[in-house]
Design a protein around this ligand. Sequence first.
Ligand SMILES: [Zn+2]
Length: 185
Amino acid sequence: MRDTVPDKPGFRGSMVSDRYAARDSELRRRLKGAGLRPTRQRLHIAEILFAKGDRHLTAETLYAEARNTRYPPSLATIYNALRDFAAQGLVREIALYGSRTWYDTKTGPHFHYYLEACDDLFDIPEESIPDINVPVPAGMRIAGVDVIVRLEPVAPGERDAEQSNPRGARPSSRAQPPVEPFEIR
Ligand SMILES: [Zn+2]
């Protein structure tokens, strides 16, 4: 009877390694497709970077995550890899005044909120994206539009001031959709 019981931990282990192999070859394809040689370090950094879906991070954040892995890359290696990934369009680079460079794993056009108090960058919901319509000088075209809306928390008792739109923002006739919940670190 005992012999017929499947070896569950071994079975699970092989599924994990299959999944790892599939992920590894997908990342190799992705790097090669972007014209980057899939070195062990680049693969390792890409694995950590893309493991959690769409997100915004700095080299330092990625370095902190990578430190828990078996062969942690140096911060300089992470900087170089992120710069290469950004140059080849695998991630989007977002420069903020007075802050470190951020990287966004979502590369399509979209805009951002930046919460200075928490040093947190997150997406403006697509349904709230402002329509930017600016004249373009002759002989030029718009290569891209980056919008970062800086946020600050409203102190209790300040709500009236906030609702009166002191900065001249166009008042909305309908309630604004709630902002996606975000993590405060
Ligand atoms: Zn984003």
